[in-house]
Design a protein around this ligand. Structure first.
Ligand SMILES: CC(C)(COP(=O)(O)OP(=O)(O)OC[C@H]1O[C@@H](n2cnc3c(N)ncnc32)[C@H](O)[C@@H]1OP(=O)(O)O)[C@@H](O)C(=O)NCCC(=O)NCCS
Length: 181
């Protein structure tokens, strides 16, 4: 594999990103937009609310390049003050199991730390072992499970970006008996 380069950008290259998302995350999965089930009048109002909630949201994207070829990417945004949410990531099927995603996540983590974020979080379909194993290997912790009407059973992961937050969560989880001082 040629050397891998990670670039931070405002948006991932199109149409490559949309095609990869469609192929890897939407088609053939159980995803069902709840909007499809709404009557037209209600749907328009919900779409308007969603659009206004998205206004002003700043995405921080990370693109993985091999030479001039886009091979994968991650989209993130600040979903709470100082919390970075990794919304979506994918790597080309031909380039998987070569460390592309791990390199992407490590770049996201280094950038988030440098920017002063306290935590990085994400949600994943509970059976998506590739992404869960990759993230747990990089120090992410399991923080919850929920039933989402659109995506199904999701688990949440988080990576605390400072030792005191890490120690506090380990105490809260019951792993540690003593609270951090
Ligand atoms: C999840 C995904 C991004 C991982 O990308 P990747 O570049 O292949 O991941 P890496 O090569 O960095 O893998 C890191 C580690 O994760 C684990 N892992 C990755 N893919 C795995 C698989 N299919 N099965 C088991 N473990 C896996 C391994 O421990 C791997 O290390 P190793 O190859 O040294 O054993 C990729 O499989 C993908 O694009 N999937 C479809 C989209 C998706 O599910 N995105 C996540 C939801 S937002």
């Amino acid at each position: 594999m040629q050397s891998l380069r990670i670039e931070r950008c405002a948006a991932l290259p199109e149409p490559h990103w949309s095609q990869l998302v469609e192929q890897s995350l939407l088609s053939g999965t159980g995803y069902r937009s709840s909007l499809d089930l709404l009557p037209a009048s209600r749907r328009a109002r919900v779409e308007a609310r969603r659009a206004s909630a998205r206004e002003g949201r700043v995405h921080h994207c990370f693109a993985a390049w091999e030479g001039s070829s886009f091979v994968g990417g991650s989209v993130t945004w600040e979903n709470r003050p100082a919390h970075l949410y990794m919304q979506m990531s994918a790597v080309l099927p031909s380039h998987r199991r070569r460390g592309v995603y791990s390199t992407l996540v490590q770049d996201v983590v280094a950038w988030a730390r440098e920017q002063g974020f306290v935590e990085i979080s994400s949600l994943h379909v509970a059976t998506n072992n590739p992404v869960l194993i990759a993230k747990l290997s990089l120090g992410f912790q399991l923080t919850g499970m929920r039933l989402d009407p659109e995506f199904g059973t999701l688990v949440s992961l988080a990576l605390p970006l400072d030792p005191s937050r890490d120690a506090l969560r380990r105490f809260r989880s019951g792993e540690r008996r003593e609270p951090p001082q």
